[in-house]
Write a protein that binds this ligand. Structure first.
Ligand code: SF4
Ligand code: SF4
Length: 184
C-alpha cells in the first residue's frame, strides 16, 4: 500500500514492481483509521467493513492493476503510511536498491510458479489471489484423502506455499507496525 508521489523515487521503483501489500499476497484486509469511512475512494468504501469496532477494507484492492491506479488521489491513510520491511531495510541502508528489486523479482517468480502448480494440481482455472489460494488449499487438504495421488501433490504444494510465506515474513512483513496497520 504504498507507491506514493511523496515517497523517495527509489522506493517507488520497488513498489511499482511489487504490489504485494495491495494485491492479496501479504494481507486479506487493510486497516482504516477512525473516521476515514465516508471519505474514501468509492471502491475502498465498497470494500470496507467493521470488526471488533475497528474499520478495514478488503484486499486485493480494486484500484490495484499491476500498480496503484489512484496514487495521485486522496486514498486511505494506510496507503500512504504503510512501509513494508523491504522498504525499511532499503531506507536503513541494510540492502541496496538492486537487492530490493531482486527480492521482488524472485518473490514474483516464486508466486507465479506456485499459482501454476496450483492450477496443475487442482485443475482450477479460477482467478485467485495468493491468500485466497492458501484458504482453498487448506480446504482441499481437509477434504482430500492422503492416500490419493492428489493428496501428495497437495502436500508438496502446501510445502512450497510455506516456503514462500517464510520469504514474505523475512523480507516484506514489517516487524513493528504489522499488527497496528493490517490484520491477517
Ligand atoms: S488505493 Fe488500493 S492499490 Fe492504491 S495503495 Fe491503496 S490499497 Fe494499494
Ligand atoms: S510490499 Fe513493500 S515493496 Fe511491495 S508494494 Fe508494498 S510497500 Fe512496496
Amino acid at each position: 500500500m504504498t507507491v506514493l508521489q511523496t515517497a523517495p523515487v527509489r522506493e517507488q521503483s520497488v513498489c511499482v514492481r511489487c504490489g504485494f501489500c495491495c494485491d492479496g499476497t501479504l494481507f486479506m484486509h487493510a486497516h482504516l483509521n477512525d473516521g476515514e469511512r465516508g471519505n474514501l475512494p468509492e471502491k475502498i468504501e465498497k470494500a470496507a467493513f467493521t470488526e471488533d469496532e475497528k474499520d478495514f477494507f478488503r484486499l486485493p484492492c480494486r484500484y490495484f492493476s499491476g500498480k496503484c491506479t489512484i496514487y495521485d488521489c486522496k486514498r486511505a491513510d494506510v496507503c500512504s503510511s504503510y512501509r513494508c520491511q523491504l522498504l525499511k531495510d532499503l531506507s536503513d541502508g541494510k540492502i541496496s536498491i538492486d537487492a530490493a528489486h531482486e527480492t521482488v523479482r524472485q518473490a514474483s517468480i516464486m508466486r507465479e510458479s506456485i499459482f501454476k502448480d496450483f492450477r496443475r494440481v487442482t485443475g482450477s482455472r479460477r482467478k485467485m489471489f495468493f491468500r485466497q489460494m492458501l484458504i482453498e488449499l487448506g480446504r482441499l487438504q481437509k477434504t482430500t484423502s492422503p492416500d490419493r495421488s492428489l493428496g501428495s501433490d497437495l502436500d508438496m504444494l502446501i510445502a512450497r506455499c510455506n516456503i514462500f510465506e517464510a520469504l514474505l515474513i523475512k523480507h516484506f512483513r514489517s516487524e513493528d507496525d504489522f499488527e497496528k496497520m493490517v490484520m491477517k
